[in-house]
Design a protein around this ligand. Structure first.
Ligand SMILES: Cc1ncc(COP(=O)(O)O)c(C=O)c1O
Length: 417
């Protein structure tokens, strides 16, 4: 594919050059249409039984994006009190929020209990702490536990969250101890959840993990829900025609596993999943300006304003993001490609968005569009080197452009002192 942006008219007729001129760079740009399409797709993973998709907001907590999730009718999971607060601010009722934290102090549990938000406990010690609070407050009895099924999957060791070498969840061998703590504090275990990892395009490990969690679920009575976690991948190599997550095939293979469980268990609890990346990654890009081009010992560097402070994924996980080079608002054809690097403005040799990649020749003044940056982009951005974080704009379904987070200013950075 020559240009993803142009193939789907990402900018809805707006010229990216005009948008960059008006709102500045680096700039996160989101497409309401693309986000809605993905949120709709995850809301239909299971149709035969009661099911909710919980958008995992850690991928992107922009308030307007949460409001899109709210209007799409999907629920959300949160990892921190800050994420819970954002969800309340976006208008989510408590029964559409699931709190899945780890290693939190009383204050965060209290916020959840006071707001009637169901919590999943990630360790026996957190379960104990939660039990003590519930006994004191005399509310919040219904809770869940996060099971670590002993297996994981993902694009990098750093995003594998299930398995014997990760900090997450409670091991199956400790289930008898879960029952003890539940009994001790009169808690009611209404759900179990897991999350094995992130960004897999082959559904098999997830299906195996579903089957395994349902095997474990059979040992718990009267569950109201079973939550299989997120992790559905997206095609980060879309310009090379990488296939998307095989959603239809996945759904067809998931159903018999659920049917077998429901038959054994006697009824169907509410099934849940927790996709983050799938909902939002493809709906966001970053526009960056090329400020310098140079050759260093035979290597070519396009020096831009998009660095590891804007998007940490390449430096942190060696992640690959497709790049489109835009000149005068149009994608430069992917022909006569030469090997280039794209760097940012940060004082780190790892500050490379692209390493040794064949791309159309990049010139000073061009824009680069970093694709698939909607998930774990802004939400992991930093102010390293005292660079304010970018603005975020939304290309609305009607073609209008809306600022959904203003650019951070130097005054914002100074205000903390
Ligand atoms: C508990 C939990 N649920 C869901 C997710 C979302 O994962 P993904 O964005 O890969 O779908 C994560 C990601 O780290 C997670 O930790």
């Amino acid at each position: 594919m020559n240009s993803f942006i142009e193939s789907i008219d990402f900018f809805k007729g707006n010229n990216p050059e005009d948008i960059a001129a008006k709102y500045g760079t680096p700039l996160y740009v989101y497409s309401e249409d693309v986000i809605r399409q993905h949120m709709e797709a995850v809301s239909k993973v299971i149709t035969k039984y009661d099911y909710t998709a919980n958008y995992s907001v850690k991928a992107n907590t922009n308030l307007e994006i949460l409001k899109i999730a709210l209007s799409e009718g999907i629920n959300c999971d949160a990892m921190s009190m800050g994420e819970l607060m954002m969800l309340k601010k976006a208008g989510f009722p408590s029964d559409r929020i699931f709190f899945v934290p780890n290693n939190v102090p009383d204050e965060e549990f209290e916020y959840a209990i006071d707001n009637d938000i169901v919590v999943s406990l990630d360790s026996l010690s957190q379960l104990e702490k939660y039990g003590q609070l519930v006994a004191k407050k005399k509310s919040g009895y219904e809770c869940a536990v996060r099971i670590n099924p002993g297996v994981g999957a993902g694009h990098s060791e750093k995003v594998v969250t299930g398995g014997k070498k990760t900090k997450f969840g409670i091991a199956e061998a400790d289930i008898p101890k879960i029952h003890e703590v539940i009994k001790k504090y009169g808690l009611k275990l209404v759900g179990i959840n897991q999350h094995i990892g992130s960004q897999f395009l082959d559904p098999q490990p997830y299906l195996d993990a579903v089957e395994n969690l349902l095997r474990i679920a059979r040992g718990f009575k009267d569950l109201k829900f079973v939550d299989f976690g997120g992790g559905y991948g997206i095609p980060y190599h879309k310009l090379d025609d990488e296939a998307p997550y095989p959603m239809e095939d996945f759904k067809a293979r998931l159903l018999p596993i659920l049917d077998a469980f429901v038959e054994d268990y006697g009824y169907a609890p509410l099934f849940k999943s927790e996709p983050g990346r799938f909902c939002i990654a493809e709906g966001g890009i970053i526009l960056g300006r090329v400020n310098a081009v140079k050759e260093n010992y035979g290597r070519t560097y396009a020096g831009t304003d998009v660095g590891m402070n804007t998007l940490i994924r390449p430096a942190m996980y060696d992640s690959y993001h497709d790049i489109e080079v835009l000149r005068n608002g149009k994608a430069v054809a992917r022909e006569n490609m030469i090997e280039q690097n794209i760097s940012g403005q940060i004082c780190e040799s790892g500050d490379l968005i692209v390493k040794d990649r064949m791309l159309p020749e990049i010139k000073e003044g061009d824009l680069v569009a970093v694709l698939d940056a909607g998930a774990y982009g802004y939400s992991m951005a930093s102010t390293y080197n005292t660079r304010p974080r970018p603005a975020e704009v939304l290309i609305c379904s009607d073609g209008s452009v809306k600022v959904i987070r203003r650019r951070e200013t130097y005054e914002d950075l100074m205000a903390l002192f």
